[in-house]
Design a protein around this ligand. Sequence first.
Ligand code: FCB
Length: 450
Amino acid sequence: MNETTDFPRGFLWGAATSAYQVEGEPLADGAGPSIWHRFAHTPGRTHGGETGDVACEQYRRYPEDIRLMRELGLNAYRFSIAWGRVLPQGTGAVNARGVAHYDRLVDALLEAGLTPSVTLYHWDLPAALDDRGGWLNPDVAEWFGEYAALMYRTLGDRVALWATLNEPWVVMDGGYLNGGLAPGHRNVFEAPIVAHNLLRAHAAGVEAFRASGATGAVGLVVNLEPKYPATQEPADLAATARADAYMNRYFLDPVFYGRYPEELAEIFGEAWPEWPAAELERIRQPVDFVGVNYYTRAVVVDDAAALPLRAGRVRQPRHAYTEMDWEVYPPGLEDTLRWVRDRYGEVPLYVTENGAAFYDPPTAEGDVVEDPLRVAYLREHLRAVRRALAAGVDVRGYFAWSLLDNYEWSHGYSKRFGIVHVDFETQRRTVKRSARFYAAVIASGGAALG
Ligand code: FCB
């Protein structure tokens, strides 16, 4: 087989962002604030108190960013819609100016030959809905369904890929268990309820899609991180199974099989409720694709003190780690893509996020920023995708995280993930070597990966 030509025709070569991380001006044109706006403006919640108030100014600068993507030869862009821009109260009155923004964005992408890939929920719940209980309120599923239907009605004739939720596991774990992300709760009893409501919302979003007559495909985006046992001791093997159930199977098992992994009852103990069978039946609905966000792996040990999971991770001596302290482990991407196919069947897959934060200087000198570690990261992970393709996994696209250095949630602007550098003083964009490398890979149909 010719290793250099096995990216299929029509493969999407993209980059990804999310609304709160790049747009800036979160309250412009009549938008309602989100839980991230609130959280970031609460003292002590984010690195240096940094917020998404300015970010990359993509709300205004999107034509420039689209030009950049076109120059690089990308053929797809994954972005998210800020729910509160189109429905300031989360439900009810539509904000036409917010809708018009995304309408223009989609048209501009199509004009530039870029396939729009829309994420409906990338963590920025309207604050007005949080005031009504947010993800803890069972009504959130119908609120989300109403919002999703509005977007399908408005953009459904032009958008190829719709993801209901981005990384529901992180919404639950970061937002309601560890509290490092908005809305910042720390409550083990809330976490399973939030997860269930996220799944119910996803189902409502899929149902609304099927009813809408929109032309594209609908799926969900999950963060997957393969779990490898540190030893073959039974306790470590059991901890690895728990960690895997918790992060990797928690959302996909209900969507594909209508049941939760059995380890979850053990993990959550008395915080684990009984779930109505009819709700799990509704959650189990065919999706057109699964988006996989992959960054790292975990090598797992039993750890009685790490509640509720009772599993810890072991640092790998002499392995490379990113600025997030995530191990660089490219084979894990191939393993993950194969695992999804083996466990859930022949569903089309997209790598919806993959990338690395490495140190880059705040100000770029010259017309390219040298980022050799990110070039290597990209090369090795794209090779892993190619191996998965060679093994018959139906991977349809790859989106680098991220197009731009941006607002990395509670880390503020301290972690640079972009293949394009952003000077946050001037908003100047400068391509990094990784972007040039990616452009060469795209132009060569993969051959430049070697
Ligand atoms: C993912 C998020 C994305 C970004 C990357 C680094 O979990 O989906 O917004 O923060 O991590």
